[in-house]
Design a protein around this ligand. Structure first.
Ligand code: NAP
Length: 245
């Protein structure tokens, strides 16, 4: 039996285990199992690897995508540049880290892009935002980060209160990389001037529960195109599976 798993904390609403269990049944994969490892501290990771000899691959979720890196034997180029790992391959106890969020986001965004989406706003500056920044650099889409905290020296970062008509109308791709609006806090959304949105805008929310977050609803009301994060999630899971094989 080959074992795959997920580390993070807490793991009560985790997507990965459900996804892979269904996949194993659907695709008649009978020699694999997927387990949750809700470790309270990332320093438990080395012992987890040592004590589970059947482990071939792991997904990594909040809050360990960055902190797990120092425990790995290697990280691939993309994960190193992003500074976050969400997929680990394990072979003979040797661990290698990858970032498949990057792949998932790019795959789901690309088909929606039009020439006018050459400037973006990324709301939030956490781990997911770093993967998004990597993809936008690759796609040569200029971006500004929107953050609750901003130093005067940071030229590519602005605060929510600085978002004005000129900025909103010239940045036609807006990506929510904050946890705002996810269940159960569904009446929450990032504080941007939604009234200035138009049908030229594409609003992408990394979140998917609920499928239409308040951020996306408010975009839809202004006829913007909207996209949630579920396809990104599926793409990253399948890419992780490919890496583990
Ligand atoms: P995170 O590190 O917890 O937060 C991201 C950033 O959001 C923070 O750094 C912060 O940026 C901003 N933020 C947090 N709380 C806020 C608040 N109350 N008001 C305004 N801004 C706030 O999360 P993450 O790991 O980057 O993930 C972000 C979201 O994307 C999560 O909900 C996660 O589940 C989702 N996600 C989805 C996928 C997918 O496959 N669909 C993949 C990865 C992540 P500032 O401090 O700069 O304001």
């Amino acid at each position: 039996m080959r074992t795959f798993g997920l580390i993070g904390y807490p793991l009560s609403h985790s997507f990965s285990q459900k996804y892979f269990k269904k996949k194993f049944i659907r695709e008649n994969i009978s020699d694999c199992e997927f387990k949750n490892f809700p470790i309270e501290n990332i320093n438990e990771f080395p012992a987890l690897i040592k004590n589970n000899s059947a482990l071939c691959g792991m997904s990594v979720t909040i809050p360990y995508k960055q902190s797990v890196m120092k425990y790995l034997d290697a990280t691939d180029e993309t994960a190193t540049e992003v500074g976050a790992v969400n997929c680990i391959k394990i072979k003979n106890y040797i661990t290698t880290g990858y970032n498949t969020d990057v792949f998932g986001f790019e795959q789901s965004l690309r088909p929606l892009l039009k020439h006018r989406h050459n400037k973006a706003l990324i709301l939030g500056t956490g781990g997911a935002s770093k993967a998004i920044q990597y993809v936008l650099r690759k796609l040569k889409i200029d971006f500004l980060l929107v953050s609750r905290t901003k130093n005067k020296e940071e030229k590519t970062k602005i605060s929510y209160s600085e978002l004005n008509k000129e900025i909103i109308c010239s940045h036609l791709l807006i990506i929510n990389a904050t946890p705002l609006g996810i269940f159960p806090d569904i009446n929450n959304c990032a504080d941007i001037p939604y009234l200035l949105l138009s049908s030229k805008h594409l609003l992408y929310d990394l979140n998917y529960n609920p499928p239409e977050t308040l951020f996306l609803k408010k975009g839809k009301e202004k006829n913007a195109e909207i996209k949630n994060g579920i396809e990104m999630l599926y793409h990253q899971a399948e890419k992780s599976w490919e890496i583990w094989q």
